[in-house]
Design a protein around this ligand. Structure first.
Ligand code: C2E
Ligand code: MG
Ligand code: MG
Ligand code: MG
Length: 280
């Protein structure tokens, strides 16, 4: 019995678990450094309209790690959320996206392009998020009308009144809002209809098999119909083929994002691909 108890006690000092804990701690330290040492990068992915015209881009963060190379946000956003580093990281993303808007503003062919920025629930729950966003807009001189914030349904599980009030203040300044990964979260339609949204974004998990899985097709169709009846635009993410785009268009979805139109890339590549791919 003593032996068993000893073994059970020892489980807490499992070397594998300790490795996980210390890997997390060192990644947190490195992510802090990444912010300080400017190792974060923004990649841009085209958002396309009805006739294949470029309407804007989604800004997606990457971590250019000095040893490990480019790290995807799926690997560090959860840690950033858990540690609170998402707050300075989110500000950096917003500021960088706004600086890009200002660069585009000086070029007639680009002056109408929008940028969509992902804002995590923890970030949006900050008491002063409205002041932060407006401050960054003011400081950079970017046009608020060209900045779209992508929120997720996780904001609807708690203080909805607070979320609505912040959204309204930002909308009054000209920003617009898209609900990202729509259909994967917990939103109740009661709350959804009260949010001052501009756009629903069909999650890529429904787009992937939209041509072969009748359930996914039904969900995509339903989101489009819901958006239409609520007066919201609908954009599909994860569009990888012309056939998917055509199906979505046949259901009334007229805005798209996905590898078919372009992968997320650094701004120089985005500008280069644009000349080849999109009519201006
Ligand atoms: P998301 O906002 O839903 O972004 C869409 C993700 O789908 C991106 O992954 C994009 O590269 C990927 N994607 C786009 N088109 C296709 C396609 O046709 N096929 C497939 N298979 N994938 C496609 P990424 O860049 O790895 O970002 C993952 C998630 O990380 C984002 O999902 C977003 O939730 C989060 N994220 C990225 N940047 C930021 C940020 O600046 N702040 C916050 N809070 N979260 C971010
Ligand atoms: Mg997004
Ligand atoms: Mg998404
Ligand atoms: Mg997604």
């Amino acid at each position: 019995a003593a032996k068993t108890a000893g073994r059970n006690t020892l489980r807490f000092f499992d070397p594998a678990m300790q490795a996980v804990v210390s890997a997390r701690a060192s990644m947190e330290k490195e992510l802090r450094e990444a912010l300080r040492e400017q190792q974060l990068r923004l990649h841009y992915q085209a958002q396309v309209g009805r006739h294949g015209e470029l309407v804007g881009a989604e800004a997606l963060v990457r971590w250019q790690h000095p040893q490990r190379g480019m790290i995807s946000p799926a690997e560090f956003i959860p840690l950033a959320e858990a540690t609170g580093l998402i707050l300075p990281l989110g500000q950096w993303v917003l500021r960088t996206a706004c600086q890009q808007l200002l660069i585009w503003a000086k070029d007639a062919d680009s002056a109408q392009l929008t940028i969509a920025v992902n804002v995590s629930a923890r970030q949006f729950r900050q008491l002063d998020i409205v002041e932060q966003v407006l401050g960054i807009l003011q400081e950079t001189g970017a046009n608020p009308q060209l900045l779209k914030l992508e929120l997720t349904e996780s904001l609807l599980v708690d203080d909805v009144e607070d979320t609505i009030s912040k959204m309204e203040q930002l909308k009054a300044a000209g920003l617009c809002f898209s609900l990202d990964d729509f259909g994967t979260g917990y939103s109740s339609l009661t709350y959804l209809k009260r949010l001052p949204l501009d756009q629903l974004k069909i999650d890529q998990s429904f787009v992937r098999d939209v041509l072969t899985d009748p359930n996914d097709a039904a969900i995509a169709r339903t989101i489009v119909a819901l958006g239409q009846s609520m007066g919201l635009s609908v954009i599909a993410e994860g569009v990888e083929s012309a056939e998917q785009r055509d199906y979505l268009a046949s259901q009334g979805c007229y805005a798209y994002q996905g590898y078919y139109f372009g992968k997320p890339v650094a701004i120089a590549e985005f500008e280069a691909a644009r000349i080849k791919t999109f009519a201006s």
